[in-house]
Structures are given as C-alpha cells and as structure tokens.
Design a protein around this ligand. Structure first.
Ligand code: CTP
Ligand code: MG
Length: 170
C-alpha cells in the first residue's frame, strides 16, 4: 500500500465518521440533564443506563453531529453526507447508549472506566448505521476508525488535563 492509498483511507474515514465523532463528543459539555432511563432500574436491580445518558445529551449530539454532516455536504458538494451525517450520529448515540447498558449490567458505575468499550461503542453503532444506510464503508476504513478513535481518546484526555478541564490525564 502506498502512502497516498493510506492517506486516502484516513481521509475517507474522517468523511464518514466525523459526524459520529462530533455526536459522541459534544454531550460531554452538558452539566446535567434528564436521564434517558428516568432513573429506572433493570431486572438486576441496577440502573438501566445511569445518569450519564440524558435526553439533553442525545439532542446535543444529534444536533451537532447532523450539523457536521450538513457542513460536509456543502464543502464536499455531495448531498449524500446530509443523510449519512444524520444516520452516523444516531448510530453513534445508540452505540454509546448500548455501551452504558452493558457497563451497568457488568456492575460498573456511571463514569467508571471500561477500556475499549468506552472508546469504541459509538464507532460500532455508527458503523452499523452507516452500513445499513449503504455508505461507502470498507473494512480498511472500519479498522482505521477504531484505531483513530483510540488515539483521539488519549490525545483529547491529555489535552483536557493540560487545560485543567479534567483532574487526571486519562
Ligand atoms: N452525556 C449525556 N447524554 C448522552 C451521552 C453523554 O448527557 N446521551 C454526557 C454525560 O454528562 C456524560 C458525558 O456526556 O457523563 C460523557 O459521556 P460518557 O463518557 O459516555 O458517559 P459516562 O459518564 O462515562 O457514563 P457511562 O459509565 O455510562 O459511560
Ligand atoms: Mg464514559
């Protein structure tokens, strides 16, 4: 594989996954909101999703993720990104919700780390949604999306630490 081919895969990955990344990242700035599970517990006596998944967070992620798709469709002169941005954002948000559902079933509290699941749940949700929507998603792009999501997680957490937004660098 040439450098040009590698860069093309990375660029195509960002075109497809940027709305999902924005949809996943923007709810973090929310101070508090109404939990999606409205405080309800699952049959195991633990919260269905927990306080980290809110209606407001979902709305914020959906708005900014879809907005990102709109900007892409204008810049790239391709209306396909209008629907793909919306689809990827919804997929990312539901993937993140499924991730929290799994964490609660494993007995992990809201915000407790679940390596890999925390960083990739939204990627899997977005990928499934993009696949169903017949987006030009390849295995290479799917793999690069996971690698970049893991790297971005480390980089953004270090940045948030340096900017004193987080007490720890991980
Ligand atoms: N958030 C939200 N609504 C969503 C998704 C995220 O309000 N649908 C906000 C919450 O404030 C959450 C923050 O974004 O705390 C970061 O999201 P995430 O890391 O996914 O949640 P955690 O707090 O780590 O909770 P969990 O253990 O369930 O992953
Ligand atoms: Mg988390």
């Amino acid at each position: 594989m040439s450098l040009h081919q590698a860069l093309t895969i990375i660029l195509n990955m960002f075109k497809l996954y940027l709305p999902a990344m924005v949809a996943n990242a923007t709810p973090v700035f929310l101070k508090q909101g109404t939990p999606l599970d409205t405080g309800a517990k699952f049959i195991d006596g633990k919260r269905i999703l927990g306080d980290g998944k809110t209606f407001e967070g979902f709305a914020i992620g959906l708005f900014f993720g879809t907005y990102t798709g709109i900007v892409e469709s204008i810049i790239l002169q391709n209306t396909a990104f209008l629907i793909l941005g919306l689809v990827a954002s919804i997929g990312a948000l539901f993937g993140d919700i499924l991730g929290s559902f799994i964490k609660r079933r494993l007995g992990l509290k809201r915000g407790e780390p679940a390596p890999i699941l925390d960083q990739l749940d939204f990627i899997y949700g977005a990928s499934l949604a993009l696949y169903v929507a017949k987006a030009p998603l390849t295995l290479e792009i799917f793999i690069v999306a996971q690698i970049v999501a893991l790297i971005l997680h480390i980089v953004t957490n270090r940045l948030a630490f340096l900017l004193k937004l987080k007490p720890v660098p991980w």
